[in-house]
Design a protein around this ligand. Structure first.
Ligand code: RP5
Length: 164
């Protein structure tokens, strides 16, 4: 098995229903990846260990999803120079606005690339990771180009929204 190039981490098992959309895109585009629950609040030592080892293990990007007081992406970014792609998980109490603001409002100097709330954000984080890897992985570049072409062709082939 190829060594993972992308880590998909999340604050809780309950985030998987959202974060699986990131993993599915990586799978579809042939990107070696790993998936794990790493909680900023419940397993802080694991979070530090994961961030410390990320670059050395060959990860080129970390997609981190969390909901509510969503500190996981920001704390990872604080501990590693590997690009962190933050996905706000839709929370029950505030519909994910809390998650979004927790992730996007990083102070100067510690960037987290922040995506949309929920499924779209997770899927787009997967696609964005593919774009980051494309220059060094020709097969990924080709798969990403194919995905985009098929997406465009699908829209163009069904221009009338009244037709199924
Ligand atoms: C966050 O708290 C997690 O990322 C999750 O979105 C939220 C709720 O976690 P659980 O109570 O479902 O484990 O840390």
């Amino acid at each position: 098995m190829d060594k993972p190039k992308v880590g998909v981490v999340m604050g809780s098992r309950s985030d998987w229903e959202t974060m699986r959309h990131a993993a599915e895109k990586l799978e579809q585009l042939g990107i070696p990846h790993e998936v794990a629950v790493v909680s900023a609040h419940r397993t802080p030592d694991l979070l530090f260990e994961y961030a410390d080892q990320a670059a050395g293990r060959g990860l080129r990007a970390i997609i981190a999803g969390a909901g509510g007081a969503a500190h996981l992406p920001g704390m990872l970014a604080a501990k590693t120079a590997v690009p962190v792609l933050g996905v706000p998980v839709q929370s029950a109490a505030l519909n994910g606005l809390d998650s979004l603001l927790s992730i996007v409002q990083m102070p100067t100097g510690v960037p987290v690339a922040t995506f949309a709330i929920g499924k779209a954000g997770a899927a787009n984080a997967g696609l964005f990771a593919a774009a980051l890897l494309a220059p060094e992985m020709p097969a990924v570049a080709a798969a990403l180009a194919r995905f985009r072409r098929e997406q465009t062709d699908t829209v163009l082939a069904h221009p009338d929204p009244r037709q199924p």
